[in-house]
Design a protein around this ligand. Structure first.
Ligand SMILES: *Cc1c(COP(=O)(O)O)cnc(C)c1O
Length: 385
């Protein structure tokens, strides 16, 4: 029997000794939570993203909920959300009592379609959620042209795009408020973790209160002020993140630029090798952007209707290659069909894409030989039919 090659996941974290030492030091410090490393991580994130302020929270979904709250989403409000995303983007609207309205995506990038957004804006539209799908920033210029003069903020779900750029601006300083996730599959990790960043002081202030039960001061601020009094001014949540997670985040963030650079190298190798295969097509990459390549997504064109993709998925999984599918369009989930009455046909471009997409392994610790192995196995899988 030939030696079994190691399983290659679609994404995984990179943790080194420096990270471990940073976490260990935090665990031995006086503060396990609401301590100085929280603000230190926030300052580092603000600096990386070019935003005025960052508020770190317990996960990316909490970040989205916090962002929707910060821009004031409430009952009766509609938020336009792309159909091609993880459910959390739309769920965050529901958490605030609002209603997600699903926009279709552009066929070549799977980013929210500005034309679709323009056609869905109505009197109840209170925000637009964008998703920098796979790590590529959306067409913010077109989107801001649409909302110009309308007082409709753009809430970016940039859980895929930390380290990316829109033209010369880092992701985090493009939308009105931006949410990140630090789940292990993302660009940097804190185990579970997330953040909202914004240039709008009112949004950051509301986010800070919301993540701490709706209370205006935290434990350390009261200790520093020598005061016991705290006031709850609105209904918030405990969305805090610990200091030892922030220690990991600070240590990881220092490596972000190098890792995003490596993700781009891997994407270039994929694109070059896949150029020879007529049956698959990578998503388009727009000019003038810094793609952060959380995912490397191809469309499997062999056999329409999803049969080719399904076969290739099982073939690659059988060969130890952890391909995945991102995502089943949100409006097709049973919950959404049941509660909002959404149906197939609502977002045809996203639905068609769903039948064809496959995410190939993409993480900075991948070797070039791993990338070659993925493409060779993929070619075998296509020839196998
Ligand atoms: C990962 C992710 C989230 C949720 O982040 P968690 O940290 O897992 O809660 C939300 N939206 C998108 C697009 C994501 O990829």
């Amino acid at each position: 029997m030939p030696p079994q090659l190691p399983f290659l996941p679609y994404a995984t974290q990179s943790i080194d000794d420096e990270d471990v030492e940073a976490v260990t030091a935090a665990l031995k410090s006086a503060w396990l939570t609401t301590g100085p490393l929280v603000s230190k991580f926030e300052a580092a994130l603000a600096s990386t993203t070019g935003a005025k302020d960052a508020v770190v929270v317990s996960n990316g979904t909490a970040a989205l909920h916090t962002a929707m709250h910060a821009v004031g989403i409430g009952p009766g409000d509609e938020v336009i959300v792309p159909a091609m995303t993880f459910v959390a983007t739309a769920n965050a609207v529901l958490y605030c009592g609002g209603r997600p309205v699903f926009a279709d995506v552009e066929p070549d990038t799977l980013l929210i379609s500005p034309e679709s957004v323009a056609s869905l804006i109505g009197p109840k539209t209170r925000a637009i959620a964008t998703v920098d799908y796979a790590g590529q920033p959306c067409d913010y210029e077109a989107l801001y042209d649409i909302v110009a003069g309308r007082n409709i903020p753009i809430v970016a779900d940039a859980c895929h795009a930390l380290g990316g750029h829109y033209r010369s601006r880092p992701v985090g300083s493009v939308a009105d408020i931006t949410a990140f996730s630090f789940h292990p599959v993302k660009q940097i990790t804190t185990g579970e973790g997330g953040a909202v960043v914004s240039n709008v002081e009112e949004y950051s202030a509301r986010a800070r209160v919301f993540r701490n039960h709706g209370i205006t001061t935290d434990h350390r601020q009261r200790e520093q002020a020598g005061s016991w009094l705290y006031e709850m001014v609105e209904l918030g949540f405990n969305y805090r993140i610990t200091d030892f997670q922030c220690a990991l985040g600070i240590s990881q963030l220092a490596k972000l630029e190098r890792w995003v650079e490596r993700r781009r190298e891997i994407a270039n190798i994929y694109s070059e090798l896949l150029g020879d295969l007529a049956e698959v097509r990578p998503l388009a990459v727009r000019a003038g952007l810094g793609h952060a390549f959380h995912l490397y997504v191809i469309r499997v064109l062999a056999e329409p209707g999803g049969a080719g993709r399904a076969r290739l998925f099982h073939y690659l999984r059988g060969k130890g290659i952890g391909v995945n599918v991102h995502y089943l369009p949100v409006h097709l989930h049973p919950f959404y069909q049941r509660t909002l009455g959404t149906r197939p046909g609502l977002c045809p471009v996203a639905e068609r894409a769903y039948e064809e997409i496959l995410s190939l392994p993409m993480f900075p610790a991948m070797k070039n030989s791993d990338v070659h192995r993925v493409v060779e196995t993929l070619s075998e899988g296509l020839a196998d039919s």
